[in-house]
Every structure is written in structure tokens, then in C-alpha cells.
Design a protein around this ligand. Structure first.
Ligand SMILES: C[S@@+](CC[C@H](N)C(=O)[O-])C[C@H]1O[C@@H](n2cnc3c(N)ncnc32)[C@H](O)[C@@H]1O
Length: 185
């Protein structure tokens, strides 16, 4: 990856799905020096300044090994940045009786759900406190958390949003967080 000042950085992309990986690499800028790393142990010794994990953690059944592997591969100042479907609101279906709301059918309990997107796959619902605990167990501490608004699929300025789009944007369906390694002492 080439920065504005001409500096370069190595980028390693990883996804177990060959079509997803091919689509990503095919669409990426050629200034990225890319390597496909199918096996974490063999190909990704690190250290990494940034590990970016976009919309994957909620699809992985167990995270302890993955988070521990990431933690030991982060550089001294390295950061894990991850986005997931917001466990408080994803799957809580929009409903309307006297007013618009989301119907909460459960939150604290872990659930395995089938989701039709991305060719159909399993989704593992776990509450936010669980994620923070597993990160802590791996030696990672959350230092930032963002809950972006759920924007309309159509590209229109906010002034043209419908009342429903305005309401929908007020409840985030995704979140992202940043975590750093916790240092002993
Ligand atoms: C919701 S998609 C997100 C894809 C891509 N990161 C993006 O943001 O567009 C989830 C991705 O996680 C990948 N995935 C799920 N479990 C994985 C695993 N154990 N190792 C590597 N990739 C995995 C799937 O192949 C799928 O492409």
C-alpha cells in the first residue's frame, strides 16, 4: 500500500472463501503488495501494525484461538480493528404497532442462526459483554467503539431521507471496535 508521502506497507488478505478473496484482490489497487495467506500459522508470522477484521467474528463459532493468534502477532503499538453485526439490534426485527420499534426476542443468550446472505451461512449471536471478555482473555483491551448509523441503500442526501430511513438510521445494525494489547506491569 502506498501512502501520500510515497511510503509503502505490506498488506496481507485472508478469507477462507476463494471467490470472496478473488473478488477482493481483483478489485484492489495494484499499489497494494498482496499475499494470500490461507494458513494463519505458516504465512502470517507478523508482527502487524493493524489487523483489520471486517464482518467476520460473528460468523466464527469459537474465537479464543483466533484472538490469541492475533494478539501475539500485533506489533508493540499494533491495533486490532474489527466490525461485527451489532448484537443488540441485528436480528431484532423492525416492527410497527403504535410506533416503530425493534422487537427484542432475546439478547443475553447465545444463539446460532442461519443467515441467507453471502450464499447462506451460520451466524453466532453473542452479547457485547461476551466479546469484551474474550478479547480480555486474549490479552486485548477495547479502546474505542463506534456505532455508525444504518444508512439507506440508495444514495440520497440526508435531507431527502424518508421518515422510515431517518428512523432506521437511528438504530445501528453494525459496530466496530479497536483493541490494543494489554501490557503486563
Ligand atoms: C460477512 S462476510 C464478510 C466478507 C468481507 N470481509 C467483507 O467485509 O466484505 C464473512 C466472511 O468471513 C469468512 N469466514 C468465515 N469464517 C472464516 C474462517 N474461519 N476463516 C476465514 N474466513 C472466514 C467467509 O468466507 C466470508 O467471506
Amino acid at each position: 500500500m502506498t501512502g501520500d508521502d510515497g511510503s509503502t506497507a505490506d498488506l496481507v488478505a485472508w478469507d477462507r472463501s476463494a471467490p470472496v478473496y478473488a473478488a477482493t484482490v481483483g478489485g484492489a489497487d495494484d499499489s497494494f503488495r498482496r499475499r494470500f495467506a490461507p494458513f494463519l500459522d505458516r504465512w502470517l508470522p507478523g508482527p502487524f501494525d493493524v489487523v483489520l477484521c471486517h464482518m467476520v467474528l460473528m460468523d466464527v463459532p469459537t474465537l479464543d484461538r483466533l484472538l490469541a493468534d492475533v494478539a501475539v502477532r500485533l506489533s508493540e503499538e499494533g491495533v486490532l480493528v474489527a466490525s461485527i453485526l451489532h448484537p443488540a439490534f441485528f436480528g431484532q426485527q423492525p416492527a410497527q404497532d403504535h410506533e416503530r420499534h425493534r422487537r427484542v426476542t432475546g439478547y443475553l443468550g447465545h444463539e446460532e442462526r442461519w443467515v441467507e446472505t453471502f450464499g447462506g451461512h451460520r451466524h453466532y449471536h453473542r452479547p457485547l459483554s461476551w466479546y469484551v471478555g474474550r478479547l480480555r482473555d486474549a490479552g486485548l483491551a477495547v479502546v474505542d467503539l463506534d456505532e455508525p448509523p444504518s444508512l439507506p441503500a440508495r444514495d440520497v442526501p440526508e435531507s431527502a431521507w424518508t421518515e422510515h430511513e431517518r428512523w432506521f438510521a437511528s438504530i445501528p445494525t453494525m459496530l466496530s471496535f479497536a483493541a490494543l494489547r494489554v501490557r503486563a506491569g
